[in-house]
Design a protein around this ligand. Structure first.
Ligand SMILES: C[S@@+](CC[C@H](N)C(=O)[O-])C[C@H]1O[C@@H](n2cnc3c(N)ncnc32)[C@H](O)[C@@H]1O
Length: 287
């Protein structure tokens, strides 16, 4: 059950979902046709020790491969977004970074900074496992703050420069935020993003998720409804359009097909959409 201001370690509550996603990336990394290569993912699962035997991790590293396939597909979309953004921006903000290792595993233009925002215990676990390893080109800056709090202040204090274009990743986050925190999130991103900034968002249909949460929960062995806020809210794509961003959307199942992978439409059809958007310049041209 969630509550205002709740916090978690890597094997508990919402923290365990970061570990589950890492387990899925480890599984997808092992597949010859895998859409993500994350050499650090397995280290996280092993380092979590006995806690890693929890159902959420097993389910993502599942025998049917469906959950880890979805995470592979999602990872590839966000990886491509980072590559496409790299020419124009040198600061990337990963909101709810969890055990995301893009700062280490992707190639970044020299002088890039990747801000990883998440709760303190999640980032502390991650840093302990990574033990000072560095990537190519990007400086990692950890921002330990709750995304229901005044996170822009923490981001600015960590060196984020709002007058320069930025790239934003919102992956695996929104259902874990109350509706008001999600509304604030987009207001704050819009306020911090200069023209030419870009964003990628995993948009989840809360209605469908409610319908299928029983099936998903059985698959995961946990009650997702206990971790997620399933109240309906405006689509992120609409929020961005209303703020003047130029938006494009791709159904996760279509993105999977385009990458020669099949996502079971009975399970995933209509649930997830990958949203990409650019904040236009003052002349209305996308940068
Ligand atoms: C499903 S994981 C996704 C992690 C990462 N984006 C990925 O795709 O690998 C969800 C993450 O959201 C973070 N999270 C959820 N609510 C949060 C909040 N209110 N403040 C900070 N982090 C939050 C959790 O700690 C966890 O790391």
């Amino acid at each position: 059950m969630r509550s205002d201001g709740d916090c978690w370690g890597i094997t508990e509550s919402v923290g365990a979902t970061a570990l589950g996603v890492a387990a899925a990336r480890a599984a997808e990394t092992r597949r010859p046709e895998g859409l993500v290569r994350d050499p650090y993912a397995e280290d996280f699962v092993l380092a979590a020790g006995p806690g890693a035997r929890m159902p959420v991790v097993r389910a993502f590293d599942d025998e049917t491969g469906m959950s880890s396939t979805y995470i592979g597909v999602r990872s590839r979309f966000f990886d491509q977004f980072c590559a496409a953004s790299a020419g124009g921006v040198t600061q990337t903000v990963i909101l709810a970074a969890g055990l995301d290792t893009r700062a280490l595993r992707l190639l970044w233009p020299t002088g890039s900074t990747v801000f990883e925002v998440d709760q303190a215990a999640v980032l502390a676990f991650k840093d302990r496992v990574l033990a000072g390893r560095h990537g190519d080109g990007a400086r990692r800056v950890l921002v330990s703050v709750d995304l229901r709090e005044d996170w822009p202040e923490a981001l600015l204090a960590a060196g984020f420069e709002p007058s320069h274009p930025s790239a934003w990743l919102v992956e695996g986050l929104l259902p874990y935020l109350p509706a008001s925190a999600e509304a604030d999130l987009f207001d704050r991103i819009d306020a911090l993003a200069s023209t030419g900034s870009r964003i990628a968002v995993e948009q989840v249909d809360a209605g469908l998720l409610v319908e299928r949460s029983e099936e998903l929960s059985a698959l995961l062995g946990i009650d997702l409804a206990e971790l997620m806020y399933l109240d309906r809210r405006p689509d992120p794509a609409d929020r961005l359009r209303r703020r003047g961003w130029s938006v494009s959307c791709t159904a996760a199942t279509d993105f999977a097909k385009a990458h020669q992978r099949d996502l079971d439409t009975a399970q995933f059809g209509g649930i997830a959409t990958f949203v990409e958007a650019t904040k236009p310049t003052a002349l209305g041209m996308t940068g």
